[in-house]
Design a protein around this ligand. Structure first.
Ligand SMILES: [Fe+2]
Length: 612
């Protein structure tokens, strides 16, 4: 016994540190390099860039420094931009363009464009912008401004352009010399995700290298152990795979190449340098899960009218980065960058969350801002994706769906099973997705994986958000009519949603009725599902109806996120934390044993084991 345990310990020690390197094998060079209900508006959509008139002024100037960035391998750099305009006005602005050379084709001028006959007009939105008087209160008097921009490595060079005429009728006054990263093609923005089996982790990253230039692979190194390599697949998408504007026109930007490598046969729960391998299904150990929706992105340099569209985004990101040691996996259940057809913003988002996604699996769900576009098969015929129709989300992140265009999957993580639904595709009885949801819920062994979690972007269960209140339904239309019987039949513990930008917790519910008077410490027979809205990740907040329905236990119109902690097979805790201070403002616990799951309630006993 002693011998075998020391062998086990020895192995664990040997593999204690794993370092992941995203690498390419250069075939040509023969060398290895290490390396909806929208109140806010996507800020870039305010710019009528295709209406730009040329008004170049020799007396005006714009200069950026330094011009070479990332010489020590950094993928983020600050640039100082100096502006001089002899005819300043308060609506002058500076746009950051990448590629630096303006695209003057591939988009038709707007019918009401005054100057479209003048070529070249610009057919490429900037990746970010600031007004010239930002932090320059004397600009109107002096015509001089100094602006600081933070750039991320996005595979192409950059230029800075000074415009007058505001955002709606831009006049191009001056353009800077080009700025570039030392290695613009460098692999960047690593993101982990669970694979299709519990012992598989996937590593996804972005680069400028096509598979014809270089063979991508991940090298992972055990401390004192062997160096292993896993090959990576390479994906991208092009303008023609976008469904409409602006994604096909001014919002288009080449996304580079997205590489995903599959690391198999990982040791369960292994502590590693950059990530902890997943626990095996049923494993009894501390397991902590972060879940939220609708975080969005914002610019730390104050660009794009600083955090105007997703005011809580950076706070949420920063709280999660600070707390990295205290959770194991993240679920971001839809509405990720709110790029809305401005494809550059996907890089900005993957860069913003990279400190999180490089350390723990970053699991996603599809939201309306990823998928919805008229006449493309989305359940809602709205233009919320800005013409993306799901393609960037399906390519930028890995998730273990059978078909990535059908954004539903199961994820086993220790004592949890997550059934992630796609509220942007039909989920009702008789659909392919409904069959998947039932299969996911029915096939879990609750004595090993007692904590059964359902999640979808839109509130398919219960929310007292004001627009659902006005409809009188307190749910996404047709949300729970089919699904309620599955949640009940398979005794789902908790159902999570986003889309509504606030926090709300609902009593354990069965057939629209609370089944338990208790509000905080639940125990015993599982006879209802607790519904939780965690859509306050960062986007502008949503209002509740004035009087909470009887089933609503706790509401908070603020930015925040949820955390689940499974201590063992019998004890689960949920906490709601605000993004502003990271403190707990609401919580509940579930204490129970396997017999409480098996106990006959409502629909009877036999259903619990009748897997389909
Ligand atoms: Fe949404």
């Amino acid at each position: 016994m002693k011998g075998s345990s020391s062998v086990g310990n020895h192995l664990l020690k040997q593999q204690n540190m794993i370092m992941i390197l995203m690498l390419f094998w250069f075939t040509k060079l023969g060398m290895v390099l290490g390396h909806n209900h929208v109140l806010g508006v996507q800020p870039l959509s305010k710019i009528a860039i295709h209406k730009t008139l040329l008004a170049l002024d020799n007396m005006a100037a714009i200069a950026a420094a330094p011009t070479l960035l990332g010489i020590s391998g950094e993928d983020t750099a600050w640039v100082t931009v100096k502006v001089l305009n002899p005819m300043p006005s308060n609506d002058d602005w500076v746009g950051v363009f990448s590629p630096a050379k303006f695209d003057s084709g591939n988009c038709a001028p707007a019918p009401d464009s005054i100057g479209w006959q003048e070529t070249p007009y610009i057919c490429q939105a900037p990746i970010k912008y600031k007004f010239a008087n930002h932090d320059n209160s004397n600009y109107l008097k002096t015509g001089a401004a100094v602006l600081k921009f933070q750039l991320i490595n996005q595979r192409e060079d950059f230029s800075f352009a000074l415009f007058s005429g505001g955002l709606s009728l831009p006049k191009l006054v001056a353009v800077s010399k080009n700025v570039r990263f030392f290695n613009p093609k460098a692999p960047v923005y690593p993101r982990l995700a669970l694979g299709k089996s519990w012992d598989e982790m996937t590593v996804t990253w972005t680069s400028g290298y096509d598979h014809r230039d270089a063979i991508p692979f991940v090298e992972y190194v055990s401390n004192g152990g062997e160096v292993r390599r896993a090959p990576a697949g390479t994906l991208t998408f092009n303008r023609n795979s976008m469904c409409g504007e602006p994604a096909r026109t001014v919002g288009w930007r080449d996304p580079g190449f997205i590489h995903t490598s599959f690391l198999k046969n990982l040791w369960p729960n292994l502590r590693t340098f950059s990530f902890k391998a997943p626990p095996f299904p049923g494993q009894n150990s501390l397991q902590r899960v972060i879940i939220f929706g609708d975080m969005g992105k914002a610019e730390r340099d104050g660009s794009n009218e600083y955090a105007d569209y997703q005011p809580g985004s950076l706070n949420t990101t920063d709280r999660l980065i600070e707390d990295l040691a205290n959770y194991d996996i993240v679920f971001h259940i839809g509405d990720m960058p709110y790029a809305n057809g401005y494809i550059s913003q996907w890089d900005q988002f993957t860069a913003q969350v990279q400190e999180i996604s490089a350390r723990v699996p970053y699991m996603i769900a599809s939201g309306n801002h990823e998928r919805d576009w008229p006449n493309t098969g989305s359940f809602y015929d709205t233009p919320d994706s800005g013409g993306e129709c799901g393609v960037p989300a399906e390519t930028m992140y890995y998730y273990p769906a059978e078909n990535k265009a059908k954004f539903w999957y199961k994820a086993d993580y220790g004592m949890f099973r997550f059934c992630i639904a796609d509220s942007e595709h039909d989920w009702r009885e008789g659909t392919e997705q409904y069959k998947f949801i039932e299969h996911c819920l029915a096939t879990v062994d609750r004595k090993q994986q007692p904590w059964l979690i359902f999640a979808a972007h839109r509130p398919l269960g219960y929310s007292s958000n004001s627009w659902y209140g006005m409809e009188g339904s307190f749910e996404e239309p047709m949300g729970r009519e089919s699904l309620q019987k599955l949640w009940q039949k398979y005794k789902v513990d908790i159902a999570f949603y986003g889309h509504v930008h606030n926090y709300e917790r609902v009593c354990p519910i069965y057939q629209n009725q609370c089944v338990n008077e208790e509000k905080t410490h639940y125990s015993g027979t599982v006879n209802g599902t607790i519904h939780v809205v965690v859509g306050g990740g960062g986007s502008h907040l949503s209002d509740f109806v004035a009087s909470p329905p009887v089933w609503s236990i706790y509401r908070d119109r603020d930015f925040g996120f949820g955390k689940l902690t499974a201590f063992n097979h019998s004890y689960l805790m949920f906490e709601y934390k605000k993004s502003s201070d990271g403190l707990v403002y609401d919580y509940f616990t579930i204490h129970r044993d396997y017999r409480d799951v098996l106990a006959c309630v409502h629909d009877g006993c036999e259903k619990i084991t009748s897997a389909t």
